[in-house]
Ligand binder design. Structure first.
Ligand SMILES: Cc1cc2nc3c(=O)[nH]c(=O)nc-3n(C[C@H](O)[C@H](O)[C@H](O)COP(=O)(O)OP(=O)(O)OC[C@H]3O[C@@H](n4cnc5c(N)ncnc54)[C@H](O)[C@@H]3O)c2cc1C
Length: 572
């Protein structure tokens, strides 16, 4: 089936063209011919990486990227690493909202998504890491031939380029010569030195392959132009590729008539392809933070918040290319399994809760989650040490006793929560924002697993050399959170997202609720692929942009190979 895609974009949208025909640096398209070989909807992380590779590999093809947000290539709020977080909730953010979540005391929260050329890679906090090899292998196990560690590490390496001003600090073995520049921070506050020896003392070996630097993917495109006519029909000669991200790609498909009948009928959309999996399987990483005040004399990134002169002079240094507190993302990450963090290494109760929740499920995704519990090489928990305050309440207000103090936070995250949610078109307003229901903490396993993870943070704080740098715990405050009930209350009241929605368009066989197959083509269609975080079939224990780049690299290889095969066939 050949499909027409319904994409509503705003007058500020940007577009970029590569290949013959109008060039991306034109002020506007030179021709009125609105047909292109490949149309990519969404100029974000995956979309732009894919467009770059297609324009390199298909010299004669005309490729169009349509992006709902503006181009902001020179905006220092995006480009300066020390300003990470400053664009959240602002003009480059879709600012979506979830439905009230019973598991977290009916709280609602914002779902931050980049609405700018570069997408969420322009807004994120720049962690660059990978999951365990068996997690990528699990993608093949659930029915996607060729999607495994070997192919993914090769694709992720193809995207990345480890180097820059301090590449000598990198002790890892990975990394290629790709367009995404990744570096280890060169600016380290003194108190950061305690992180690696402390987690080593707790049994987690060191791994210095984690990198972080702002290199959003928009920088790889030719200069884009702003669309002058937001309403017009554009035709794809070969195929349309949805790269609008894990929230909007399913939404666009439903608007186009692909999805489950009840959802489409409620929104008054005629069904063209029956695919019950569209928008299902919403997965996210969840987290809780504890903050500590640092010993007097130690400085943290909080100083950029409470000392404007310091912030301005550090920013000026960064602009001049000098070592600066604005240089990077200060912090460290450790991954662990439940046995490593639970008292006495006893994960029996948690395993039993997991089997209660999904033991009877026939879904290959649930079966994988249970298998992962048996594999010590697969992390279940992420422990982040973050320089400065990162809790729910925000840095203490001006005038409060803690204003002007320096802090650090420990963040505990769940890598394989069992809850699975959904994102669907809004029946009351199909053209508006989708209904996002992640079903956070909707089962006892996830609640107890998160409690177990966050209780390990005070353990880190009590261990030397970390212990000596800390003055007191002030969020949540040991005196108020002691009993099991209090920990549960704390976790349900303060849980936040790590902002990794994925799987909403899972690459799986159709019989298992899949939406795309191993070639990333939407089941039941011939001219439509999806290339973004939504196709991830099994959730991974990593920040997911590295995988998204890898998916885009693999998609580009497939599309280029398909095109070459077609061209060859047409010569005969
Ligand atoms: C606050 C935050 C911090 C994060 N930190 C990290 C981190 O440190 N490390 C990490 O690995 N990951 C991180 N992530 C996650 C990671 O950045 C994303 O998972 C990844 O960038 C998603 O890539 P994508 O291509 O799927 O979607 P996106 O990059 O979001 O791209 C989708 C694009 O499609 C556009 N679009 C949507 N609808 C339409 C439409 N109708 N028409 C045209 N265009 C449209 C959007 O504007 C956007 O540009 C973070 C995410 C957030 C929100």
């Amino acid at each position: 089936m050949r499909l027409a895609i319904v994409s509503t974009i705003s007058p500020l949208s940007s577009a970029a063209v590569a290949g013959p025909g109008p060039r991306a640096d034109d002020k506007k398209p030179a021709s009125t011919d609105d047909s292109h070989d490949h149309i990519i909807v969404g100029g974000g992380t995956a979309g732009n990486a894919l467009a770059t590779r297609l324009s390199q590999g298909l010299a004669r093809a005309r490729i169009l990227v349509i992006e709902a947000g503006p181009a902001a290539l020179d905006d220092l709020d995006i480009n300066c690493p020390g300003k990470r977080g400053s664009t959240l909730g602002g003009k480059y953010d879709w600012n979506l909202t979830i439905t009230p979540q019973p598991g977290i005391k009916n709280r609602v929260m914002t779902v931050n998504r980049g609405k700018v050329l570069g997408g969420t890679s322009a807004l994120n906090v720049m962690v660059w890491d990978r999951a365990a090899s068996k997690e990528y292998d699990s993608w093949e196990d659930v029915g996607n031939k060729g999607w495994n560690w070997k192919s993914m590490i090769s694709a992720m390496n193809k995207a990345e380029n480890v180097g820059g001003r301090n590449s000598d600090l990198y002790t890892g073995s990975a990394g290629g010569k790709g367009p995404v520049h990744a570096v280890i921070n060169r600016n380290h506050p003194e108190h950061e030195n305690a992180w690696i020896p402390t987690v080593q003392a707790l049994g987690v070996p060191a791994n210095t392959e984690s990198l972080g630097y702002r290199c959003d993917v928009s920088a790889e495109l030719d200069r884009p132009y702003t669309l002058k006519q937001p309403t017009r029909r554009i035709t794809a000669r070969k195929e349309v590729i949805l790269s609008a991200g894990a929230i909007q790609s399913p939404n666009l498909l439903e608007l186009s008539g692909v999805g489950q009948q009840p959802v489409l009928s409620a929104a008054g959309i005629p069904q063209i392809v029956d695919l019950p999996g569209v928008g299902e399987n919403y997965q996210d990483h969840v987290r809780v933070a504890i903050s500590y005040q640092l010993e007097d004399g130690l400085t943290s990134g909080d100083r950029l918040r409470y000392d404007p002169e310091f912030a301005a002079s550090e920013f000026a240094k960064w602009v001049n290319g000098e070592m600066s507190w604005h240089d990077g993302v200060r912090g460290g990450i450790a991954f662990a399994n439940f046995k490593q963090i639970l008292p006495g290494g006893d994960d029996t109760a948690l395993r039993s809760l997991a089997y209660d929740a999904i033991g009877g499920s026939h879904s290959p995704l649930d079966k994988k989650k249970l298998q992962f519990l048996d594999d010590a090489s697969i992390p279940q928990v992420e422990l982040i040490f973050s320089d400065g305050y990162t809790g729910l309440q925000g840095y203490p207000a001006v005038g409060s006793p803690l204003y002007g103090k320096n802090s650090l936070s420990f963040i505990a995250g769940l890598m394989h929560p069992l809850s699975r949610g959904s994102v669907h078109v809004n029946p009351a307003n199909p053209a508006g924002n989708p209904i996002i229901d992640p079903r956070y903490l909707d089962n006892e396993h996830d609640v107890q697993a998160l409690i177990g993870a966050v209780k390990f943070c005070p353990e880190i704080a009590r261990t030397e050399p970390r212990k000596s740098a800390l003055l007191s715990e002030y969020d949540p405050g040991l005196e108020t959170v002691q009993t099991d009930e209090q920990w549960e209350e704390f976790v349900r009241s303060t849980m936040l997202s790590i902002c990794h929605p994925s799987n909403t368009y899972a690459m799986l066989p159709e019989k298992d609720g899949g939406v795309v197959g191993e070639e990333l083509k939407v089941h039941g269609t011939t001219n439509l692929r999806v290339v973004d975080a939504s196709v991830i079939p099994v959730q991974i224990s990593a920040h997911i942009q590295t995988a998204v780049y890898g998916i885009a690299e693999r998609a580009a290889e497939m599309i280029i190979s398909d095109d070459s095969a077609t061209a060859l066939a047409s010569q005969w």
